[in-house]
Design a protein around this ligand. Structure first.
Ligand SMILES: [Zn+2]
Ligand SMILES: [Zn+2]
Length: 144
C-alpha cells in the first residue's frame, strides 16, 4: 500500500503537551496504522492509537523522555513532565512511530488501516473504508 495521496509533504514537527519533548521528521511515513489492541488502549488511555512510522534516520527527538517497555519488542516513550506518550520504538526495526495527534498539524498525515480490530471497543464504529485486520498488519512497512 502506498502513502495516502492527501498527506502533506515532510518535514513534520510535533511534541508533547507541555513542549518539553519535541520531534522533527524529514521523510514521508512508511506506515500509518490505527491500533485497537488492548495494550495501546491502556497505554494511551484511549480507545485506540493512530500512529505514523518513519525511518529512524529521518527523525530527531529533543528533550528527555522516560519509557515503559510494554513488550520485549516495544518501548513506549513519554514526557516525564506532562505524561504525553510521544514515541513508540520497536526493537526489531529501524523505525520510530509517533501518534498523529502529537503533530503540530494533527491532520497532516492520514491513517491507512485498522489493526487488532478483534479488540475494537463496540461503540467505535468504523465506516472510513480503510482495510481492517483482526490482528497485526499483514502488510510490511514500506521502505523509505
Ligand atoms: Zn511534556
Ligand atoms: Zn496496539
Amino acid at each position: 500500500m502506498s502513502a495516502h495521496p492527501d498527506n502533506l509533504p515532510p518535514p513534520y514537527e510535533g511534541g508533547c503537551a507541555c513542549g518539553a519533548v519535541r520531534f522533527r521528521v524529514e521523510a514521508p511515513p512508511i506506515g500509518v496504522r490505527i491500533c485497537h489492541c488492548r495494550i495501546c488502549q491502556k497505554a494511551m488511555a484511549s480507545p485506540f492509537i493512530v500512529q505514523a512510522s518513519f525511518p529512524k534516520s529521518a527523525v530527531t527527538v529533543t528533550g528527555e523522555t522516560s519509557f515503559w517497555q510494554s513488550s520485549p519488542r516495544l518501548k513506549r516513550h513519554f514526557c516525564p513532565r506532562c505524561g504525553t506518550r510521544v514515541t513508540i520504538e520497536p526493537a526489531d526495526g529501524d523505525r520510530l512511530a509517533f501518534p498523529l495527534v502529537t503533530f503540530d498539524d494533527p491532520a497532516a498525515i492520514n491513517p491507512e488501516m485498522h489493526i487488532w480490530v478483534t479488540s475494537r471497543i463496540p461503540w467505535i464504529v468504523l465506516d472510513d473504508g480503510l482495510p481492517q485486520y483482526p490482528e497485526a498488519s499483514p502488510e510490511p512497512y514500506r521502505t523509505a
